[in-house]
Design a protein around this ligand. Structure first.
Ligand code: FPP
Length: 250
């Protein structure tokens, strides 16, 4: 049953932060926290359609996360493979369409192959779009987009002065998915950490102190309720205070 106070068709982006600190607080190794995070993510994904969420984009591994200790990086990569192998059929059965964004060339060939297989299996599913940012950086996304447009200028299919925001949007990894309406960041930090820099320009932000493994469907619902109280103006005036509104009501 849809919760009617939350708008439907939302795109929610999430920074799944705090796995390592959660594990340390339990006297466990950081990887244990990532495994618990994967479980929390599954609950969030399954809850999305009933909460009116149409797209979910999660930051699973950033361009900068390659700098972490080898053991943590390889553990996270194995976890991604395991998740894709074990969960993809269930996700497909739930009507989830999976898309991975980021620099795939840095991923192991076995993971790249699994991603292609998972994307093909879930292609065209329309209940939830799940976008996983893996080896992703917002600046890298913009650099790659700039290179693509520069190629168009070089081969004279485009003039520099003709480049618009739409052209840039169309060459980002996230295309053709819409921009997020809401960003939720777990773990108590209040920064973007190079996530979706272009795409989050007009998104609403909710920062939560909770570590991601402790994040529940109820927390998710509350974040969506907080979003539903926000007035989005996109740089304009709220519609009920604009001149045209006051003239119409005069
Ligand atoms: C940030 O916590 C989290 C990550 C770098 C990994 C996120 C990955 C998962 C939740 C695993 C499941 C994901 C998929 C798509 C299968 P942190 O390690 O930076 O935590 P800390 O700030 O406490 O150190």
């Amino acid at each position: 049953m849809q919760d009617h106070t939350i708008p439907s068709g939302l795109h929610v982006a999430m920074i799944l932060d705090g796995n390592g600190r959660w594990a340390q607080s339990q006297g466990q190794r950081r990887l244990y926290g990532h495994h618990k995070g994967a479980k929390a993510l599954k609950n969030v994904v399954l809850a999305c359609p009933d909460l009116g969420v149409r797209y979910l984009t999660v930051y699973a591994f950033s361009s900068e996360n390659w700098k972490r200790p080898k053991e943590e990086v390889s553990g996270l990569m194995s976890l991604m493979e395991q998740y894709l192998e074990e969960e993809i059929q269930a996700l497909a059965d739930q009507g989830v369409c999976l898309k991975v964004i980021g620099n795939r060339q840095r991923l192991a060939p076995s993971l790249q192959k699994l991603i292609l297989k998972a994307e093909a299996l879930t292609e065209g599913n329309g209940r939830l779009g799940l976008q996983v940012a893996l080896s992703y950086g917002g600046r890298e996304d913009i650099v790659k987009a700039t290179q693509k447009l520069a190629m168009c200028v070089q081969n004279q299919t485009m003039r520099p002065e003709d480049i618009t925001e739409t052209h840039i949007t169309q060459v980002l990894w996230t295309y053709p998915w819409p921009d997020p309406d809401l960003l939720i960041r777990l773990g108590g930090e209040q920064r973007l950490s190079n996530f979706l820099l272009w795409q989050l320009s007009y998104s609403e932000f909710v920062f939560l102190p909770r570590y991601f493994p402790d994040f529940t469907v109820q927390d998710f619902r509350e974040a969506l309720m907080a979003y539903s109280q926000r007035q989005r103006k996109f740089g304009a005036l709220p519609s009920d205070t604009s001149e045209s509104a006051s003239m119409a009501s005069a």
